[in-house]
Design a protein around this ligand. Sequence first.
Ligand code: GDP
Length: 425
Amino acid sequence: MSNIILVGAQWGDEGKGKIIDILAKKSDYIIRYQGGNNAGHTIKIGKKQFILHLIPSGILHPHTRCVIGNGVVVDPEALFKEIAFLQQEGISVRKRLCISDRAHLIFPFHPLIDTLREEDRQKRAKIGTTKRGIGPCYGDKMMRLGIRMCDVIDEAYFRERLANILLEKNRIFKNIYKSPSCSYQKLLITYRNYAKRLKPYITDTTLLLNDAIGKKKRLLFEGAQGTLLDIDHGTYPFVTSSNATAGGAMTGTGIGPTHIDHVIGVVKAYTTRVGEGPLPTAFSSTMMEKIREKGGEYGATTGRPRRCGWFDAVVVRHAALVNGLTSLAVTKLDVLDELSTIKVCVGYRIKGKIIRNFPANTRLLSNAKPVYEEHPGWMKPTGQSKHFKQLPKKARAYLKRISQLIRVPISIVSIGAERSRTIVL
Ligand code: GDP
């Protein structure tokens, strides 16, 4: 034992990178199953900070093997940059990283479409994408217009497929967006070169992982983004274009659900959201500034300031259900250390009625008024606590109440960015 899926149980940026780094110590394989380089996990080791977008954060532990599953979309240029960065830092990647032969590739026309669409949307509602081409790449995958790792290394097939796909893309660029077309020759040369560099990493990772399970290796599935950004269970349409929830770990790797032992949901002790879409528990502007600064709430991928708010138990209870969470890892408790009163949202008032379940209708959510419970703040530093019992009494009471509301036990409490600032229960 044991195979663990780790997911974000809010809107992403919950501090998954740090928790993965802690769990990676006791894992053999760390696997990304969805998203692309729109994710950004920050891990602090001593004075060094690593921000990883595509390669599983487990790579920082030399004993692990890391896998980019079939559910991930890969921008080769971004991948090579990350490999070079890690190698520069003395971390070996070559023999430890495998990429699924079924993973789809991002092409320059994907970010281009992302940008053109988002600009066009200025007139309507923006989604707030990272413009890395992730959504259009998944769109092509679903429309059966994608190019996978196994396709790009099959040169004859790749030539033909690229030519067919570009025919349609260029018609769209020319006629709808009045923008210049993409050069077939240029793309062919670039991606032929990429294919050579990718080839040593490409393998049937479904077989690799099932084989590892047979050998009783410990697998850790690393979710990117968060439950409320999941294409099915999130605040649609202000979501990412893949299944960030636990189910995505199965379809995104080719592992059966019977092999999973735990599903850990990572939550901040408060709530943040980057990009567009409703955030019912958003702070007032002064409080927003204060927590944003204290918590360093700026996107790891885009640097965008995150909106911050009180802990929303309705959101996390929804996450507990759709992921089947077996425990919670609560991060950034230290950020609340100086507050005299801390609120927790336990329901929404919508059109005069109180509801306690997370609504599907994003428009209703935009008009939801949070129903709060108030808790006294502990007003003491938590960062030095080594055990749960060493946390201030009021901090423990706050955590216990969260766990009670979500109906899921807490297994980890994080009280600082460093590895050492972690309490394992
Ligand atoms: P992820 O995408 O879920 O991994 O989250 P991010 O990496 O975007 O955000 C987490 C940020 O918070 C990083 O800068 C971490 O170093 C930092 N962090 C993680 N856990 C804690 C914690 O318990 N306390 C504080 N103060 N910072 C933390």
